[in-house]
Design a protein around this ligand. Sequence first.
Ligand code: TMP
Ligand code: MG
Length: 257
Amino acid sequence: MRDPQRVEEILQSMVKAGSNTVQVISDFDMTLTRFAYKGKRCPTCHNILDNSNLISNECREELKVLLDTYYPIEIDSARSIAEKLPLMVEWWTKAHKILVQQKIRKDLLATAVRDSDAMLRATSSSSTTCMSTASPSIFSAGIGDILEEVIRQAGVFHSNVKVFSNYMDFDESGLLKAFKGELIHIYNKREGALLNTGHFQELRTRPNVLLLGDSLGDLTMADGVEERKQSYLDLYDIVLVQDETLEVPNAIMLYLT
Ligand code: TMP
Ligand code: MG
């Protein structure tokens, strides 16, 4: 924490306001899911497809080239968001176009998720507190259908969970033909929220937000870790380093109740 006293004050004022004034807004990939397990990287929604047999080897290669090109840009703290934004749109647009060409079968998505190494963060008894209380909203630049399947298979897709993500559009025979609606990439989640005023209108009685994210990139690559840590500390109240659990947000939610 850059300013523990301020965090303490925020928590105290949330306690005072009551847990019924709190909502959880969370990112998905690498936030609700693990970054790594036993030293091995865990997949993002997109990676689950990349690693599956739902796409051809040629397509896998193309997606890997995209990942190797654009992911370093995503996590490059030397570039401004304004500079990164068009490149991220380019990445997502290219990746989705390639995926659509694969005519992915809807009925095989669950198997791809089951066969993947995707894992929600630690599943100790309290680990689902964030998912079961306070009407959590998940904003993800990943793939909605895959994301839902990951939380469904983990048994925490409660009816109060609201997901904003890129959903697949299938033709009548169940083959992927497009992605629905506006593209959601890592830098336009706010716009997504503004488009969904109805949902947030309902949550207006919960003005206190426990926001969970990893969006300044991740911290495993040794180079630049410190400089990135500083930007995290500047922007988030609490920064967790190498913590593959949801213990802290869960403890906060329990503390508020
Ligand atoms: P998130 O908003 O749920 O964190 O999802 C965004 C992540 O998806 C971002 O860190 C990059 C990742 N991604 C891939 O791994 N492969 C892809 O093809 C694309 C477009 C994104
Ligand atoms: Mg993320």
